[in-house]
Design a protein. Sequence first.
Length: 245
Amino acid sequence: MSDPSAPPALTELTRDSAPRQTDTRGRVAVADIAVGLFQAQGYEATSTAQIAAAAGVSRSTFFRQFRSKDDVIFADHDELLEQIDEFFDASHPDPWLAVCDAATLVFERFRERLEIVRVRDLVVRQTSVLRDRETVMVSRYEKTFSAYLRRSLPSVDPVVAIQFAAAVTATHNFELRRMIRAIDSSRVLDSAGLAAQLQTVRNRFAPGGEAARGTSDLLVAVFPASALPADVARVIESRLRSTAV
């Protein structure tokens, strides 16, 4: 029971201190709580006031963290895009591989948070406004990847950089959705499996990859059946050496 003789100033201080103690909850933690509310009572039926109360933050703190309710659910994407920017700020000898590594980083983060990511996927699929926001979020990854490539490899055709970024993002998203919605976990790739898939994408775009080589690596040789094996080997070796020059 409170002491009615307590000074008003002390009572106010105690009331104000509670939000400051709980308002330190991070954006992703608040977002995870919001996802649980969206699943339990529906996206439209959940208010920002309910989210703030469930997360133990004040409404003013909520609106400092998020512009609107629509922004809450993808808070981890915002955080990941910031991490990718920091990753790209470092020096990388192979920018193509750096983009693949960045996509793998995102995949691993979601794999670690698979339970809540699966809940969010269900909520998003049931809510048209969130599906639209998810599409916008995907485009942010593509733009981040292609901008980094164009900045790091100015001699590369911008169209190739854009195509590569789109291919990496599409491959990542396909495997991510398969992991999220999988019934048989044996068919799901881990981060190493995704990295291998992305290496295949890289080989099709990067210098020295399949696309860059085209058909120049293909050597067709026709010899009469009577040709001696030593003569065949000598001619092929000579041809390969002249092609490599």
